[in-house]
Ligand binder design. Sequence first.
Ligand code: ITT
Length: 191
Amino acid sequence: KKLIVATSNPGKMQELQEYLTELDWELQLKPDSLEIEETGETFIANACLKASGVALATGEWAIADDSGLVVEALNGAPGIYSARYGNTDTERIERVLKELGETTNRQAYFVCAIAIAEPDGSIAFSAEGICQGEILQAPRGTKGFGYDPIFYVPSVQLTFGEMNPEIKHKISHRGKAFEILLPVLKQQGIG
Ligand code: ITT
């Protein structure tokens, strides 16, 4: 069965593929021209909007991921606006570091909301995962994507940017969301 992956973010696509290879969906990237506006006020609302919108437009099952970085000392910013916090990953990282300055509270967490929609646009499954960490003073590592180089996970003593994909895969917000979702999909014989 075909599943349209409703993302324009190549880093995210790479990771979603890693989780979904366990199932035998035929994955297809959504067309670039199909952009769904993220008007929701929560991660899960935006994941559902993207999955429903792409499913309806293509007439196929669709999966979407809405995710972002929540920084405590920035009152939760960039949060659902993580993608809109700058034009490039470098700009977004620099903005977070500049706004945090010398602030000693570096607590932050990543959130990942996943939604799967049926061809009629109705949401069949959704799940959310989080991963706790700290924002470093400067980027470390070149792996991963997005805010990975400034997100340090104390239990592993590495940033997401320094972690091998297998480790990030296990402990990340996306990993936690799929830990919930995959058994449900398998149990229901979906994919
Ligand atoms: P799509 O909506 O097309 O999927 P997007 O990049 O706009 O792509 P979001 O609206 O969900 O996606 O924004 C997510 C933001 O959070 C984006 O800036 C990512 O780089 C960042 N992000 C999400 N997961 C991340 C991760 O695992 N590591 C680093 N940054 C992440």
